[in-house]
Design a protein around this ligand. Structure first.
Ligand SMILES: [Zn+2]
Length: 311
């Protein structure tokens, strides 16, 4: 039996850290869909009702579009089409029943129209830093021979693309560009991740204090974090890395994995030394001890550097 108190009944269907897609559908996808223009919802219903037949992707993963259908998609402006493609994708993806399961047909065709308008070539396999159109959104993507990563930034409009391209050109770096653009555009949709037990308990204890516990970070590594090398990769069987199969990769280190220790710190946002805030944190100490949290880290702002102190 799980001890955790959940705010939402269907969080029980998921593990902490999982995405509660049922809540996402109920609280975001469906209400957003109901707000879309009538003409968009009609087109979506016609498409999933197979008015244009059972649609299939071609070899390039695009659904071939008849002229008449393309013309209807073209009648919507960038923002309407991009936002609708995003919402309709998740209306289908998060739905618990089959009624909306072909919604991605709409999004696939909207992406084709948008990527053509924006002049973004979605088909070619590029290397380096580039922008793509996906689920009605601009994705900043970085790929090389070994890695591939992406971040959803904003709706796929021509104005947004120009701004994204400007930031990419100015920074020339994936992480820097993501940081600048995320701060400017904010999240593309709300987060429905089921909170960890510490998250629920800490934030319940901090209600009304203006402060929030946002994450647990590892700090004060002694003497340093255990370093995994390719020997560990070669010698581990199965899908998990076994750190006991080879020595730590830190130069000159002969310590065993469990001789590398660290402390757990809770990151607190919203501490401005306001009235009663110190007292609220002091009252938190027994709970921190119970949760085996060693100290606090105060974040001034989402992006600002952090300042730490002992609990
Ligand atoms: Zn070591």
């Amino acid at each position: 039996m799980r001890q955790q108190q959940f705010e939402f009944a269907d969080d029980m269907d998921f593990k902490p850290g999982d995405h509660n897609y049922k809540r996402g559908w109920r609280e975001w996808a469906k209400p957003q869909y109901d707000e879309l223009p009538e003409a968009v919802r009609q087109l979506h219903m016609d498409i999933i009702g197979e008015k244009y037949g059972v649609l299939k992707q071609g070899g390039d993963l695009d659904i071939p579009m008849s002229y008449g259908l393309r013309e209807v998609f073209e009648s919507f402006d960038d923002e309407t089409l991009a936002h609708s493609a995003h919402v309709i994708y998740f209306l289908g993806h998060w739905a618990s029943n089959g009624k909306y399961s072909c919604s991605w047909w709409f999004t696939n065709m909207a992406n084709q129209v948008l990527s053509k308008r924006l002049g973004v070539d979605n088909s070619i396999k590029q290397r380096g830093l580039f922008l793509r159109v996906h689920d009605g959104l601009i994705r900043l993507t970085y790929s090389n021979r070994d890695t591939w990563q992406w971040e959803e930034i904003c709706t796929a409009t021509r104005d947004h693309l120009a701004r994204c391209q400007q930031v990419v050109d100015e920074t020339g770096d994936y992480d820097d560009a993501v940081r600048v653009l995320k701060k400017e555009f904010g999240p593309v949709r709300p987060d429905f991740v089921v909170p960890q037990p510490w998250d629920v308990q800490i934030n319940k204890a901090l209600i009304g204090s203006g402060m929030k516990g946002v994450e647990i970070v590892s700090v004060n590594f002694d003497p340093h974090p255990f370093v995994i090398t390719n020997k560990h990769v070669e010698r581990s069987n199965g899908m998990f890395l076994d750190p006991t199969t080879a020595p730590c990769g830190h130069r000159g280190c002969t310590l065993l994995p469990d001789q590398h220790t660290h402390e757990r710190a809770l990151v607190i946002e919203g501490f401005v030394d306001g009235i009663g805030q110190r007292e609220r944190l002091e009252k938190l100490v027994p709970l921190l001890e119970e949760l085996k949290i060693d100290g606090l880290v105060f974040a001034r702002d989402l992006d600002d550097e952090e300042e730490s102190c002992e609990a």
